[in-house]
Design a binder for this molecule. Structure first.
Ligand code: PEP
Ligand code: MG
Length: 594
């Protein structure tokens, strides 16, 4: 057996085998704390300032090398440089060395704690966020003082990059061609580590609690981005097995990629659109390369994050027009801002809510901040003149909410018309179905809009009552829960009865076990992460609707997830023998109590 097998959340698929290289650890745990003799105080103060200066020089250097595709991170690095220049932090630390004789790293820790105590009590999220930046900057200076810092650009051979957390500055410094895979203690499915790993096409895990306890620099590790496992110092047999799996996965990926531009059509001639979910406009290349027939979900909030001001209408319109024009005549579905819950913008601050996931998020936030909403609506409308653009509202809970959102859209259209600005007057408008309430009134909602898009990431969270970011309850996060399947079917049926199209854009759309069931329900389109498109298109092309409907019928009779798992596994074995090798392990540990 391997020394250890630990689990995390897989955020980018694939298998990587290589030497572990820690780029950072939670070094608070390793921080030396001692006092220095009075005659050594000046030297300790010098060490402190030298470390501040060295980190500033390094960051300035990094800032100049930020590649274009990561330009948003450049702004953050600027903020960090400004913090290093601000004499307050270093000054307070110096005071502690002088007055208490603390060693430099400890003195700085006390200076940061002082700031955390003051600012932590302030409700303004912007200030609290800046506090996190102070932490990042101080960590770097401390690492420099205690000689534990890592020169990321000096990774000499390809390695598996491990970290407590990866800051944007760390990410920018990494030499992409040296990274075989990633694993971090912090982070969730939507953290930028995951987004970057997916766009680079390398396997990655986040939320690996025990990473720092069980893995050491130089250990041989296997990152299994298919099942979310890290195998530490595997045995020869395990290594052989994973080498085989990795080779098989590579071969399979190459093979399916060759055919990814073919339409997603079943044996018996049913067509499904397979579109992509993107967060950044730069991802369009990956969409087209992987056979995406358009963008089914553009998560627009990323352009608002990592900055202290709000983007202007022109800034947004430039970006949106680029996207619409590049993708044209392919479709692009813009989702209006889904802020709140775990995504906040500095300009508005974090709301002090006890349950942010149930709070002022998404469409609720936009309706409360109409100026912000209208700026975005106008920018999307302007882009609609340049391509095949649709718009959808997230987190809709009732008919009136849709009507209110549409009223703002009508007002934005009227303004543009008066100003003589071009837009598509027939731009389709849809809503995301993410709340059980919306499911129950899907027939009413279908009368109000042109299409539905089912957001299963949230829909499962709200219907099973399981926080999508909490790994303690992730065993309950069940796409194949009978309730989830019934819920999705209700929505698909309501849409079709009203004669509108229905798409599914949650992670379920890239789940090979769920897709045949969704086809059986008659889903019109799927939208998923670009890298998963070739595999899902292949599954669609290898199946026929008759079998999918039969599977759905069987599955809908099942009372437990375990029973459904067995049925879908049988289906995979029967129809997709190649996929079995790596996907079957996803269902191996059926911990489901449901
Ligand atoms: C969803 O909830 O399924 C979805 C696609 O939206 P997001 O993951 O951005 O909340
Ligand atoms: Mg959602």
């Amino acid at each position: 057996m391997a020394d250890k097998i630990i689990s995390g959340i897989a955020v980018a698929t694939g298998i990587a085998i290589g030497k572990a290289f820690f780029v950072n650890r939670n070094h608070k745990a390793h921080l030396p704390r001692h006092t220095v003799a009075a005659d050594l105080v000046p030297l300790e103060i010098e060490t402190l300032h030298a470390a501040f200066e060295a980190v500033e020089t390094e960051l300035t250097d990094t800032r100049e090398k930020v590649p274009a595709e990561l330009k948003d991170y450049g702004v953050l690095i600027d903020t960090h440089i400004l913090m290093l220049k601000d004499p307050k932090l270093a000054g307070t630390a110096e005071g502690y060395i002088e007055s208490l004789g603390l060693n430099a790293a400890w003195a700085l820790e006390k200076a940061v704690s002082d700031q955390e105590a003051v600012f932590g009590a302030i409700e303004d999220a912007y200030i609290r966020e800046r506090m996190q930046d102070v932490r990042v900057v101080a960590d770097k200076v401390q690492a420099k003082i205690i000689g534990r810092e890592t020169d990321l650009s000096a990774i000499s051979e390809r390695a598996i990059i491990l970290a407590h957390d990866l800051t944007p500055a760390d990410t920018v410094q990494l030499q992409v061609d040296k990274i075989m895979g990633f694993a971090t203690v912090c982070g969730g499915k939507t953290s930028h580590t995951g987004i970057m790993a997916r766009s680079l096409g390398i396997p990655a895990l986040v939320g690996v609690d025990k990473l720092e306890d069980y893995v050491h620099d130089g250990d041989l590790v296997i990152i299994d981005g298919l099942t979310g496992k890290i195998v530490v110092n595997p045995t020869e047999t395990e290594l052989e097995d994973y080498n085989e799996r990795a080779a098989f996965f590579e071969e399979y990926t190459r093979k399916i990629k060759k055919r990814c531009q073919l339409p997603a059509e079943t044996f018996d001639g049913s067509r499904v659109s397979v579109l992509a979910n993107i967060e950044l406009v730069e991802e369009v290349a990956a969409v087209i390369d992987n056979g995406g027939e358009g963008v089914g979900l553009y998560r627009t909030e990323y352009a608002y994050l990592n900055r202290t001001d709000l983007p202007t209408e022109d800034e947004l319109a430039d970006m949106y027009i680029d996207l619409a024009a590049i993708m044209s005549p392919r479709k692009v579905v813009f989702r209006t801002l889904d802020l709140g819950a775990d995504k906040f913008i500095s300009a508005y601050g974090e709301l002090n809510e006890a349950n942010p996931a149930l709070g002022l998020r998404a469409i609720r936030f936009c309706l409360k901040n109409p100026q912000l909403f209208k700026t975005q609506l106008r920018a999307i409308l302007r882009a609609s003149a340049y391509g095949n653009v649709s718009l959808m509202f997230p987190m809709i809970s009732g008919v009136k909410e849709v009507r209110q959102a549409k009223a703002w859209l009508a007002q934005a259209k009227a303004e543009l018309r008066r100003e003589g600005v071009k837009y598509d007057p027939d731009m389709p408008v849809g809503i995301m179905i993410e709340l059980p309430a919306a499911v129950m009134i899907a027939d009413f909602l279908a009368q109000e809009v042109d299409f539905f898009s089912i957001g299963t990431n949230d829909l499962i969270q709200y219907s099973i009552g399981v926080d999508r970011t909490n790994h303690h309850v992730s065993y309950l996060y069940q796409p194949l829960h009978p309730a989830t399947l019934r819920t999705i079917k209700l929505v698909v049926d309501a849409a079709h009865q009203a004669g509108i199209e229905v798409s599914l854009c949650g992670e379920v759309a890239s789940d090979p076990f769920c897709v045949p069931i969704l086809l059986g329900m008659g889903i019109d389109s799927l939208s998923l992460t670009p890298q998963a498109i070739p595999g899902i298109k292949r599954i669609i092309r290898q199946t026929n609707m008759h079998d999918c409907r039969k599977l759905l019928k069987e599955v809908l009779k099942c009372r437990t997830v375990s029973r459904i798992n067995t049925l879908v596994m049988d289906n995979i074995f029967k129809h997709f023998p190649e996929e079995v090798t790596f996907f079957s392990s996803l269902l191996e540990n059926d911990e489901s109590p449901t």
